[in-house]
Ligand binder design. Structure first.
Ligand SMILES: [Zn+2]
Length: 259
């Protein structure tokens, strides 16, 4: 999730952030190439993730046979957060059994720009340890940067512990793809038009588009959307005939082709 909206940032920290993002884009990459016959693909992802996303979005996904990637912050399980009460360990197990993917989102929901890389890596290890203890048979392969916070150090820490690392940098993956900094597009109430535009561009030019959101509720937080908005996007994806898969499954397909 993002930090505070509409808040002016002092020039120097903003410059540092821009430089940090640029470095993260160009360093420590895990490059892969989408196969030429790669079908236009969508992945739905949920960060944190609040129980409302399960109760509202999961039935919509299940009705169309779609599966998603749910990035869990183990330190928040069952607790209240800015995006609502977070899911419980029991709900995690249900997702795994239903064929969805559970990914890592750090244990303490850390911003990679604000902690040393070593501490960031240890926190990811703790996330893995707790999740694997709670969900028997879980193999974590996917990671998402909390707050979209990424530096070269945080990226190195994450990519050595996961096959893919998802950013909050908008875009559609095409051609050469950095699996350690996958683009992703917000699915917030106010970004519905932009999300529809992503689906249109994906249908026309191909590639892999990842969407992310948090809570799915009638009165969502600024980082979530309503069930109607979520249903509108899944319906648009289905109408366009786009393939839908978890981040891990899509990455596996790409890597199999490279092997
Ligand atoms: Zn988050």
């Amino acid at each position: 999730m993002l930090l505070v909206r509409g808040q002016a940032n002092p020039p120097l920290p903003r410059l540092h952030r821009v430089i940090g993002r640029a470095l993260a884009r160009h360093c420590a990459r895990r490059l892969a190439i989408l196969p030429e016959d790669f079908k236009p693909t969508v992945s739905f992802t949920f960060d944190d993730f609040p129980a409302s996303a399960l109760s509202a979005a999961l039935p919509i996904l299940q009705a169309t046979g779609m599966t998603a990637t749910w990035y869990a912050t183990s330190g928040l399980l069952g607790k209240s957060s800015a995006v609502g009460t977070v899911a419980t360990a029991g709900q995690l197990r249900g997702l795994q059994e239903a064929g969805h993917e559970i990914g890592c989102h750090t244990h303490g929901h850390l911003d990679g720009r604000k902690v040393p890389a070593e501490a960031y890596g240890r926190d990811i290890d703790e996330n893995h340890r707790v999740l694997m203890e709670l969900v028997p048979g879980l193999a974590i392969r996917s990671f998402a940067y909390p707050f979209g916070g990424v530096t070269v150090g945080a990226k190195r820490a994450a990519m050595t512990r996961a096959v893919t690392c998802r950013s909050t940098m908008a875009g559609i993956a095409r051609g050469h793809v950095d699996l350690a900094l996958l683009p992703a597009n917000p699915l917030y109430e106010e970004t519905l038009d932009a999300a529809q535009d992503v689906i249109g561009r994906l249908s026309q030019a191909g590639g892999w588009a990842i969407f992310y959101t948090h809570d799915v509720a009638e009165a969502p937080s600024p980082w979530g959307c309503t069930p109607a908005t979520f249903a509108a996007i899944t319906a648009a994806v289905a109408r366009a005939g786009l393939r839908v898969g978890t981040v891990g499954a899509v990455a596996d397909q790409i890597l199999r082709r490279l092997a």
